[in-house]
Structure formats: C-alpha cells, structure tokens
Write a protein that binds this ligand. Structure first.
Ligand code: GDP
Ligand code: MG
Length: 441
C-alpha cells in the first residue's frame, strides 16, 4: 500500500489547494486500502465520501505535498470515526455490585477477556470482582474460568451442575451482593454462529441481570464477519462496547472501523495475546495507522508542519530563484535537516525510502556529518559566508583549523554549496511557478 500511495504522491499536482482530481486519485487508493484492511464496502464508501468533501479545496501547507495533506486528512478522519465519546476504559461500575455481561461467539476470546478485564479492575481500580461462567454447554469452559480466576487471584462463583444460565446469573447476583463485591462479570456461552437459541439465552440473561455494561468480544482477525456479529448482538441484546481480541495477529483493524460505523458503540479494549495482562485500552490513533498501513507518513507531515516556518521558506525561495545560495542558505538547510530528525529519519518515514536512507548513511550523509558541516560554516566570517568565492588557501586553512577539521572536508562542503547554487540558478531561470516553486512545496 505504501508504494501505491507513494505513486499517488508523485502524480498529484503541486498547487496551493487540493484539486478535485488530486483528491479523487488519492481517494481511489484510500478506498482500496480500507478494503484491504477489512473495512466493509458500504463503510469504506461512506467514509471516502465524507473525506472527499473535507479534502477538496483544503489549503495545502506549504511545507508538505498535497498527497501528504490528503493522507493527513484521511488519518484525522479515521481517528475521529474510531474514537467514541468519553474514555474507553471508564466502565460504569458504580453502585455495587455492578453486573458486566460478556457476550460474543465461541472462540472469540470471551473467557480470556473476562479474566483479563477482572484482573485489570482488581489491579488498577482496586475492585473486588466475582466471576461467573454461564457456559452450561461446555463444562470445560466453566473449569477454564475457574482456573483463570485462581491464576489472577479473583473469586469465581462455585459451579453447581445442572443449573441453567439464568439461574447462574441470579446466583451470581446474590453472591455478589452478600459477599460485598464491587463487580460481577457474567461470561456467557458462545456459539460458532449466531442463532436464535444463543440470542434467546443471552436476552434472558440480560433481562435478569440488567447489566451496567454489555461488552461484545470480537475476534479482530475475522474482519467482515465481525461487523455482522456486532450489528446482530447490538440489535438483539444491546451492547455498550466492544473488545477486539487477537490484535496481536496480523489483522489490519478494519473491523474496528466498520463496527464503529455500524453500531456507533465504542471500542473499549484490545486483546494483544493470551497472557492475562495482554489487554490494552483501545487507541484510535494506533488503529488508524494500522488501517492505513503507511508507517509514519502522518508523523512526517505533522513534523513538517511544526518545524518549517512558512515565511522563512518563502523568503529563501525568492533568493534561490535569483540564483542566490550562499553558505548562510546552506547552513539553514542543514539545520532544517537536523531539526527534522536528520536525513535517515526523514527518509525512513517516507514510503519506499528506507533503502535510500541507508545509502545516505553509507555516503556519510548522516546527522554527524551534517553537524560537522555546520561547524565548518560557523567558523567562517560573515563576509565569507555571504560570499564563499572569497575562500583562498590561507582562509581555508584558518577555517578548517578553527573547526578542527581538514581542508579537504571544507573543499567538499564548498563543492556542495556550488552545486546547489548552480542548481538553484537553473531552476530559477525556469520562471516563476516553475520547478523550484514546486520543489519547495
Ligand atoms: P471464548 O470461547 O470466547 O471464551 O474464547 P476463549 O477465551 O476460550 O479464547 C479462545 C482462544 O483464544 C484461547 O486459546 C485464548 O488464549 C485465545 N485468545 C484470546 N484472546 C486472545 C488475544 O487477544 N490474542 C491471542 N493471540 N489469543 C487470544
Ligand atoms: Mg468461553
């Protein structure tokens, strides 16, 4: 995907505002990216539509390309959609004992997540938690919860064979009230597919338990299916949030976007492994990055906006157009590079540029080399910086010695400055609105 978006960047024309064609071209790629990330088609469509409206005509920050600008708009919009209102980890568990109902398909990670969440409530919020398994179909599942409870030091409701789910839910409430628990969590039975028997049972449990939170546990790897599951459960049972499991796998996270769009319910936590502490609060930013799968382009764009002062850039551009590029100009270019985190990090952030970054390093074009070049320029007089042609042998010796370097290094620097001045001159001759202006964008 990165490569493809890189291609779009190249194709995008470089002007002050995003044109409709710019946006349309980029949006085609974004749509494909979303589909590849398991976002469902209708959701991808409506998302692209809303971004298109936002992006068309948006002013382009001078320091970045229109392509990057589009990516940022897409990224920001993704975060907005992914982020529910409020803090995802703030569960409504006042008024003890607060019931939390855990629902989802079999194998989605319900039991594991129930235990993880109980541990989190116990460790972070100092809550007394009681766990109850309602999975009467599979005695092993009840055992499983009991074992996990023991592992994390959280009580589980004793198992009484022959009880049905509703009876267990009632007993859990009694026990939680009598035992002075803050929270009791009901781990329901799942099935491989949604069917009426399952939904009826979950509804019956919901009606007796009157849960404060009903969390749907969904396997993040299932992609499209996850969306159907979410809308079914939300429609029939009513959920208050989603936990996405197996986000440690290579799922792209598109399910998160679709589920948000379809149910409007917040994604609260993500499961990142089988261990009991592998549960994290949902981070919209991270998932947005994962959906777009384009590394740190957004970070690059933000950095560029921060660092580059537009006016300064424009002033310099005017000078360059006249073919003026002295040591002062070179120094501010070098300093800019350092500020942005050096050549390698800049190139490393751009799609397909990782290799070039390595080559640049091999060529001695790294932060250390840049600092040495700046030191050389600093040891020149003001006159010499403004007019490098003044530099004859004796001056060179003095400057190199002042910076603690060899004259050969200074010669390299001079050559670089001359080359850049020549290039600027050529570009400047191509007229206003020409190549140079584009290059500055
Ligand atoms: P349930 O049938 O919905 O209760 O699912 P379980 O909690 O029994 O989980 C099924 C399997 O998925 C178990 O082997 C879990 O260890 C595993 N699992 C659960 N959550 C995660 C997760 O976030 N990442 C990974 N890699 N495995 C998980
Ligand atoms: Mg289970």
């Amino acid at each position: 995907l990165s490569d493809r978006l890189g291609g779009v960047f190249d194709r995008l024309t470089k002007q002050g505002a995003l044109s409709e064609e710019d946006v349309a071209a980029a949006m085609r790629e974004v749509r494909v990216a979303l589909l590849e990330a398991d976002v469902s088609l209708p959701v991808a469509r409506s998302f692209v539509k809303s971004v298109t409206q936002k992006a068309t005509g948006a002013a382009v920050t001078k320091s970045i390309t229109p392509g990057q600008q589009v990516v940022k708009i897409v990224h920001d919009e993704l975060i907005k959609v992914l982020q529910g209102e409020g803090e995802p980890d703030q569960l409504r568990i006042d008024n003890p004992p607060a019931p939390i109902l855990m629902v989802g398909l079999q194998g989605s990670g319900k039991t594991t997540t129930t235990a993880k969440l109980a541990k989190r409530l116990k460790d972070r919020e100092k809550k007394r938690v009681l766990l109850a398994s309602l999975d009467t179909n599979r005695p092993a599942a009840m055992e499983q919860l009991a074992i996990l409870g023991q592992q994390i030091g959280v009580d589980t409701l004793p198992i009484i064979p022959g009880e049905n789910a509703v009876q267990i839910a009632k007993r859990a409430r009694q026990q939680a009230t009598l035992g002075g628990y803050d929270v009791y969590m009901l781990d329901t039975a799942g099935r491989l597919h949604i069917d009426e028997v399952l939904m009826d049972e979950v509804q019956a449990v919901r009606d007796v338990a009157n849960p404060r939170e009903t969390l749907l546990v969904v396997d993040g790897l299932t992609g499209q299916d996850a969306v159907n599951v979410a809308s079914e459960f939300d429609g029939k049972v009513g959920i208050t949030g989603v936990v996405l499991t197996r986000m440690d796998g290579d799922g792209r996270g598109g399910a998160a976007l679709s589920m948000r769009a379809v149910t409007g319910k917040p994604i609260r936590f993500v499961g990142l492994g089988e261990k009991m502490d592998a549960l994290e609060v949902f981070d919209a930013q991270r998932v947005a990055g994962r959906i777009l799968g384009m590394g740190d382009i957004v970070a690059l764009v933000e950095k560029a906006q921060e660092v580059l002062e537009v006016e300064q850039a424009e002033r310099m551009m005017k000078r360059f157009q006249k073919g003026m590029f002295n040591m002062n100009d070179l120094r501010s270019q070098l300093e800019q590079m350092l500020k942005m985190g050096g050549m390698q990090s800049i190139m490393g952030m751009m799609p397909g540029m990782g290799k070039m970054a390595k080559q640049a390093e091999a060529a001695g074009f790294d932060d250390r080399a840049i600092k040495r070049q700046i030191a050389l320029i600093n040891s020149m007089t003001r006159k010499e910086r403004a007019n490098p042609d003044l530099l004859q042998a004796s001056r060179k010796k003095r400057i190199a010695a002042g910076a603690g370097m060899e004259v050969s290094e200074l010669n390299k620097l001079l050559k670089m400055q001359k080359q850049m001045a020549d290039t600027m001159k050529k570009l400047g001759k191509m007229g206003k609105g020409g190549l140079l202006k584009q290059a500055m964008r």
